[in-house]
Design a protein around this ligand. Structure first.
Ligand code: ADP
Ligand code: MG
Length: 630
């Protein structure tokens, strides 16, 4: 048979080049991980073949015993990893080993700084993969043949990791893939069987597939028996083993394989469920958010198995969006092997497994929050923003999720998000009925909001919310523990400060004219002008209607490109403020207008709003300052 070799030289995608370069330098101190990555890919390839063969037995080509072989050649100074998994077609080789298909790569690479410590952490989150071969090799050869294609469809890929690779068609009898590393000068340790074996057991013991190495030949002379392939790993599915027989190191090693992560997980949950539905689950929460946590096209974290057969990655139906950071494996005894993504959407077994898994994760996070608050804080920093999607997405578990939320507050320390709703409620005074919060674009804007003045004076705690998602969250969480969540910048304040309220009543009677003069000066830009008990230090502030949309939400929606009608806010005046008194004494209507304008503008600014006429504001301001300067 002749093969048209069709040899070509191709360039790596720019991102691959940058990544290759950084990887070699920043991961050098951990270079042995290349073997874990190659074995992991070989195991994935076996999973894929098993799955495709469910529909087409012929793909096995009579060889259904899937395994991985690790070999070395001291003279040639090579190490190779061979699998009889799915293999790759020419096009697949080009796609998978020449580009990085995962979305978000560009942003990822742009985050790299050249600072080794920082970059290696980022690369860890990204998952290093195949390209890690170049940490120890100055040339890598891949020979592969896709299951189902004839022997003339073999492909050889060669690269020195310098920006380009060659691709040619070759004959290859064996289905699957061989990756051969030509070791760099000084990397001879990887030619020692003992060293290779120990790396395999360290990182890949849990791979549910035999990993074999060639043993020593037995006997001598005529009795000599050729060396045989020996399995060096445990080769059983980790999630099927008893919990008490699995060490933390084994859990962590398996996590790195399923999650394509470089770091240990934050925690794991391992369960065998029997009864109506039977399944095993091994779920993990990572330490750090993956770089593509906010990427809509990102892969989800759970691998679905049916009776030990891998069915699919990224089974998004197994975890709701607000728990999308959870990684791991679910292995069902009840689902049919030919289950498809479409079937998964409306499947009673899946719904039951998912419901129970969600409860398990929430339960585990609850214990963590209670028993290990410091670790929980780490979790919150990484995934708090995602968890905040929960109350809107999962009504059934709303109260439980709400208990897991953490906020900054006027009783907390700085901008640290450490206050739970339970803490807040526990600290509420006897006559306090509501949970108060303020939302703003930044922590500083929230913490310094004039709307807090009365609450500060009365020693009432206010939650300081400054995440984009908080506005939405409070919309989805009208109450907690029977207590209503109340924005301090919406509606009127009542029943908090009797004395100040009396003063407001008095001002209404005695200074009622002032209010209508200001309203006339400002026109339609304000809904209403009134006196308030809310302020102690500031002369004025703006508030939204109780039932209406908050000004902050209006701005967020606008920024997101939505049509939002301009709803005028109410201007509230502090009856005890000197500037307000000064305003009242102004008889020149023109100057009265300027003063009113200025009060409105500063209230708008401190509330986080934007001035329609910033230059006009500056002019007014300077006019008054000049007056002061005399
Ligand atoms: P990842 O495993 O995270 O997808 P890698 O860089 O490790 O990233 O591998 C890139 C891709 O190359 C894999 O997704 C797979 O499609 C392909 N690949 C790598 N090794 C093999 C192999 N031994 N058999 C089949 N495909 C492979
Ligand atoms: Mg990989």
């Amino acid at each position: 048979m002749t093969v048209d070799a069709h040899k070509e030289t191709l360039g790596f995608q720019t991102e691959v080049r940058q990544l290759l370069d950084l990887m070699i330098h920043s991961l050098y101190s951990n270079k042995e991980i290349f073997l874990r990555e190659l074995v992991s890919n070989a195991a994935d390839a076996a999973d894929k073949l098993r799955f495709e063969a469910l529909g087409d037995d012929a793909l096995y080509e009579g060889d259904g015993e899937l395994r991985i072989r690790v070999a070395f050649d001291k003279e040639a100074r090579t190490v190779s990893v061979t699998d009889n998994g799915i293999g790759m077609s020419r096009q697949e080789v080009q796609e998978h080993l020449g580009t990085i298909a995962r979305s978000g790569t560009r942003e990822f690479v742009s985050q790299l700084t050249g600072d080794q410590a920082k970059d290696s952490r980022l690369i860890g989150q990204f998952g290093v993969g195949f390209y890690s071969s170049f940490i120890v090799a100055d040339k890598v050869t891949v020979e592969t043949r896709r299951a189902g294609l004839g022997v003339e469809h073999g492909v050889r890929w060669i690269s020195e990791g310098q920006g380009e690779y060659t691709l040619e068609t070759v004959e290859r009898v064996a289905r699957g893939t061989t990756v051969t590393l030509h070791l760099r000068e000084g990397e001879d340790e990887f030619l020692e069987p003992f060293r290779l074996k120990s790396i395999i057991t360290r990182y890949s013991d849990h791979i549910p597939l035999p990993i074999e190495m060639l043993g020593e030949p037995q006997g001598e002379g005529d009795d000599a028996k050729p060396a045989e392939w020996e399995t060096v790993n445990r080769a059983s599915a980790l999630w099927m083993r008893a919990k008490n027989e699995i060490s933390d190191e084994e859990y962590a090693a398996f996590y790195k394989h399923v999650a394509h992560d470089f770091e240990d997980p934050l925690l794991h949950m391992h369960n065998r469920v029997e009864g109506k539905h039977e399944y095993s689950s091994l779920l993990y929460v990572p330490k750090r958010a993956p770089f593509d946590l906010w990427d809509r096209d990102r892969r989800q974290g759970i691998k679905l198995y049916v009776r030990r057969v891998f069915i699919m990655d990224d089974a998004e139906h197994l975890m709701p969006g607000y728990l999308r950071f959870v990684r791991g494996v679910i292995d069902s005894d009840d689902l049919p092997l030919n289950v498809s993504r479409e079937i998964l959407q409306h499947n009673r077994v899946i719904d039951a497994i998912r419901g129970a898994s969600v409860k398990r994760v929430l339960g585990r996070l609850e214990t963590l929050a209670k028993d290990e608050p410091e670790t929980y804080a780490e979790f919150w920093t990484a995934f708090g923003k995602v968890l905040k999607e929960g109350p809107g997405e999962d009504h059934e578990n709303r109260e439980r999720i709400a208990r897991l939320l953490r906020f900054a507050s006027t009783s907390g320390e700085g901008d640290a998000e450490t206050v739970s709703l339970e803490d807040y409620v526990g600290r509420m005074g006897e006559d306090q009925e509501k949970i108060y919060y303020v939302t703003a674009d930044t922590f500083a804007a929230a913490a310094n909001s004039p709307h807090l003045e009365l609450f500060r004076k009365k020693g009432i705690e206010v939650l300081l919310m400054h995440d984009r998602i908080d506005e939405w969250l409070v919309g989805m969480l009208p109450e907690f523990d029977g207590k209503q969540l109340q924005s301090v910048s919406q509606g009127e304040v009542e029943g908090l400060d009797e004395e100040a309220e009396k003063r407001v009543e008095q001002a209404k009677e005695e200074q009622g004219e002032l209010v209508s003069r200001v309203k006339t000066a400002l026109g339609d830009r304000v809904e209403e002008v009134r006196f308030t008990a809310r302020l102690t230090d500031s002369p004025a502030c703006l508030v939204a209607k109780e039932a209406g949309m908050s000004a902050h939400l209006g701005r967020l929606l606008k920024a997101a490109g939505q049509e939002v009608p301009d709803v005028p806010l109410t201007l509230e005046l502090n009856p005890d403020h000197k500037l307000v008194a000064r305003l009242e004494g102004e008889t020149d209507e023109g100057r009265f207008g300027e003063w009113s304008e200025l009060l409105y503008e500063q209230a708008l600014l401190s509330e986080g709003g934007q001035l329609a006429d910033p230059a006009g504001f500056v002019r007014r301001m300077n006019g008054l300052l000049l007056e002061l300067a005399g």
